[in-house]
Write a protein of this length. Structure first.
Length: 183
């Protein structure tokens, strides 16, 4: 009996990943809902949360909308971005799917700081800008409808809209983790 149970367990552990790998497909018409972010907690917290919704217009190629919010207590700063994105997924025979993407976003920053920031920003203010985001990442499909993600993205804007430490900048590199849902 133990030998049969062990054989069954070995067979399932070999066949289950193969079945899951064969199920990773992103055909035209598939919809995706995504949530990503990162956080630095404790003294001097910083929170970054991103959401997206897209549709695959061709196999492996997605187009959609994106929204982001970032808050930082050090400068009492909050920024938001709203825009459109495109993403290409390199589907293969494994559960790991690398992807590249780009987004164009309207971005805003509002901050209010008692001592002012480094540079010529002053003690408080608002900025609006056009932001371009380039991204590269990987999705790991835990089942055909859910993937865990890790992404590095670079943002460049027409004005200072992101705080890095105590200085507002027009560029920012993020590493974000999240999940994507497919239906």
């Amino acid at each position: 009996m133990k030998k049969n149970a062990l054989s069954l367990l070995v067979a399932l552990s070999v066949l289950a990943p193969v079945a899951a790998q064969a199920a990773v497909q992103l055909p035209a018409g598939t919809q995706e809902l995504g949530v990503q972010g990162n956080a630095k907690l404790g003294s001097g917290w910083d929170l970054n949360l991103n959401g997206s919704y897209g549709t695959f217009v061709k196999d492996n190629w997605e187009v959609g909308g994106t929204a982001s919010v970032r808050a930082q207590d050090k400068n009492d700063a909050i920024s938001g971005k709203l825009g459109v994105f495109t993403e290409y997924n390199f589907v293969n025979s494994t559960n790991w799917v690398p992807y590249v993407g780009a987004a164009t976003e309207l971005a805003g920053l509002s901050y209010d700081e008692v001592n002012g920031s480094n540079g010529d920003l002053g003690k408080d203010g608002d900025s609006w800008a056009l932001n371009i985001k380039l991204a590269a990442g990987v999705k790991y499909f835990i089942n055909p409808n859910v993937a865990l993600t890790a992404e590095a993205n670079y943002n460049i804007a027409t004005d200072d809209i992101d705080f890095d430490g105590d200085k507002a900048k027009d560029s920012l590199t993020n590493i974000v983790f999240g999940t994507r849902f497919y239906f």
